[in-house]
Design a protein around this ligand. Sequence first.
Ligand SMILES: CC(C)(COP(=O)(O)OP(=O)(O)OC[C@H]1O[C@@H](n2cnc3c(N)ncnc32)[C@H](O)[C@@H]1OP(=O)(O)O)[C@@H](O)C(=O)NCCC(=O)NCCS
Length: 187
Amino acid sequence: MKYFKKIVGERLYLSPINIEDVEKYTEWLNDLNVTINLSFSPYIFSLEREKEALEKLSKEGYNFSIVSLSKDELIGSCGLSEVNHINRTAEAGIFIGDKNYWNKGYGTEAMNLLLDYAFNLLNLNSVFLRVHSFNKRAIKCYEKCGFKEIGMRREAYIVGNKKYDHIYMDILASEFNGKIQNIIDES
Ligand SMILES: CC(C)(COP(=O)(O)OP(=O)(O)OC[C@H]1O[C@@H](n2cnc3c(N)ncnc32)[C@H](O)[C@@H]1OP(=O)(O)O)[C@@H](O)C(=O)NCCC(=O)NCCS
């Protein structure tokens, strides 16, 4: 078995990361159409380098593979970093590497599953993220999840001769309705 249904949605589930997916991740992380939206575009990901990264991500922290329920197919990854259990804060990150799945609501569903995990199992209170100002698809996706824009860092991302701002967005536990709490009533 390659994937495990940790947090289950309608079309997707979040599974622990499987390092056997190293080739798929390496393909995505060398695809500029994907990584230009992240902060990885200048870096060169070899299989070896990605294997080391996946080994770390699969053993430490709060990182998931995003997997389609219908085909058990890997479509991307998401996770929480900078988790602080005193102030109950974290930073969220997500990417869908398989471009066939963009613009079909999968990112919104995956981010909602991640937030359900963050607020209802880790009991966090505030989750924030950073997004490049040109990434309108991601901004819309995050707004649909309930994130609000809270500020920006100007000219923090440079591609060619153009400078782009970083938009900061956050969401509080009190603004999010998850489904994990229903598991107790249903079981
Ligand atoms: C960002 C990402 C996670 C979003 O996931 P997704 O499944 O594509 O997004 P969704 O379909 O859930 O939502 C996207 C919304 O943006 C809209 N959208 C797409 N392009 C847009 C644009 N140029 N301007 C405004 N809205 C746009 C879509 O129509 C959709 O809204 P709708 O459901 O109201 O029609 C995914 O596209 C991705 O991983 N992209 C590459 C990496 C990346 O950008 N990661 C995020 C870094 S912060």
